[in-house]
Design a protein around this ligand. Structure first.
Ligand SMILES: [Zn+2]
Length: 472
């Protein structure tokens, strides 16, 4: 029996989500597959990242602060010396293969009602002044866990900042909402604008203080006129919006004659951002909710995920810049590295971001198994533990529980953000250590453990998380 269901929702002119779900049932065993295009909610000309009113306001504030701070830098628009590094980095313990996609570049077509990006494509919207870097998958979960930090792309002086605003806005937010933002002036007089950041995440440094390149200045979120979690990164050669440049250089860049990036990324970066194993379907939630990921790296056999046949799990890949006709190859490896199962999938559509998931039988040999997926020549892997004798059951994935480093040598850091009971178990399920904590973060000395694989069980009011770590 084969069922195919295609649904299209147009909830507004600016939010389009197309969902294709295919279920196939074979021989009484339920295999189901999900392939979904996710057209992430994006800002557009009706909902610009920075409104005209905001531009006016920040131009005035910056001009006043530059005078106040007696910053009298000569503006060298043709001879800029600023070189920009990538303005985002991930938090310690973040193990996905990547985390971002480009939602929109600077609009290079000054005419109204049309738009063009630096590469002569249409990844922009009319009047867009910056580069929108979205985070994916699980964007609001990443906001919750402070997974993606905004860092200074270049050193400079803080000439304007604002914090304290609500940070979970969605598309159609309307004007009048303020963003949490930071504006840095570089040595050559150019400015970098960092927009939409998380409430109370902006650096505590004050206007007039300096930041070094790579210094954390905030966390990606969705404050101000924002359609979802992303960084709007905008660069001005001088101190007004009219001096705007596009850090990317390409044949359709009419604003500046060369790239401002230290290392410019290509216009399209096809990649797997995450390969992961889930106890059942991943449930995406509409903005501004966090997704129910149902992800786990630990499976005690016999295993019964909600709605799943015994000893099955769901294997997902999350990708960006996918083009029609390209294929992704999946493998499940046994603890000894041999292949337990393999399959592939060819995409039939072109997606900015998308995901695909399959129900597959779990390997039956206890130990550390690997789910690996290869796309565009790059392999993304996720280890998961199969156990047959721990007796641990009734666990849930708590995405806000973060454990790092992994592998660890002397110390393991666990961020629970709430009261928790933490147990370290060996793969036979014996408790080695037990700790109660009320701290947001706890450091556990593991120097006395022998090398190998351990399980860490974190019990909070929200549920139980079981994750594996390796002691080296
Ligand atoms: Zn933007």
């Amino acid at each position: 029996m084969k069922k195919s269901l295609k649904l299209s929702f147009i909830t507004s002119a600016i939010f389009l989500m197309s969902v294709t779900i295919t279920n196939a049932q074979t021989g009484g065993v339920n295999f189901s597959m999900q392939v979904q295009e996710i057209q992430i909610q994006k800002n557009d000309e009706a909902n610009p990242c920075i409104t005209a009113r905001e531009y006016e306001l920040i131009e005035n504030r910056c001009a006043a602060n530059i005078i106040l701070l007696n910053i009298n830098k000569r503006q060298k628009r043709q001879l800029s010396t600023t070189s920009l590094n990538w303005p985002l980095k991930t938090a310690p313990g973040f193990t996905d293969c990547s985390y971002y996609f480009i939602g929109a570049y600077v609009d290079q077509n000054s005419a109204s009602g049309v738009f063009k990006d630096w590469n002569c494509g249409t990844r922009s919207y009319d009047g867009h002044g910056g580069t929108d870097i979205g985070i994916w998958p699980f964007p609001f979960n990443k906001v919750d866990s402070n997974s993606v930090k905004v860092i200074a792309a270049a050193a400079g002086t803080i000439i304007d900042k604002h914090d304290g605003e609500f940070d979970r806005n969605c598309v159609g937010v309307g004007s009048g909402l303020k963003a949490n933002y930071l504006i840095i002036q570089h040595a050559d007089g150019s400015l970098a604008l960092y927009w939409h950041m998380k409430k109370n995440s902006i650096t505590s440094k004050t206007i007039g203080q300096t930041v070094v390149v790579g210094e954390q200045i905030g966390v990606v979120a969705s404050s101000g006129s924002s359609s979802g979690p992303h960084l709007h990164f905008e660069v001005w050669a001088g101190s007004t919006a009219s001096t705007r440049i596009d850090p990317y250089y390409g044949s359709c860049n009419l604003l500046n004659a060369s790239s401002w990036w230290t290392s410019q990324k290509p216009a399209s970066e096809p990649a797997i951002l995450k390969a992961s194993v889930h106890i059942t379907d991943y449930i995406p939630k509409p903005c501004p909710k966090s997704d129910t990921t149902n992800e786990s790296t630990f499976y005690a056999l016999p295993f019964n995920g909600p709605g799943m046949p015994t000893d099955y799990a769901k294997f997902f890949v999350f990708l960006r810049d996918v083009s029609s006709g390209t294929s992704v190859d999946m493998k499940i490896l046994n603890p000894n590295g041999t292949t337990y199962n393999s399959w592939n999938y060819t995409f039939t559509g072109t997606f900015n971001v998308c995901y695909a998931g399959w129900s597959k039988h779990l390997p039956i040999v206890p130990g550390v198994c690997t789910f690996q997926a290869t796309y565009n020549g790059v392999t993304c892997s996720q280890n998961f533990t199969i156990s047959t004798n721990t007796g641990i059951s009734g666990y849930y994935n708590l995405t806000d529980v973060v454990i790092y480093p992994n592998p660890a040598t002397d110390n393991l850091i666990i961020e629970t953000h709430q009261k928790a009971k933490i147990e370290i178990l060996n793969t036979a399920g014996q408790i080695i250590k037990a700790i109660h904590t009320a701290e947001k973060q706890i450091r556990i000395d593991i120097s006395d453990l022998s090398c190998g694989v351990y399980l860490i069980k974190v019990k909070t009011d929200k549920g139980i998380a079981v994750k594996e770590f390796i002691k080296e």
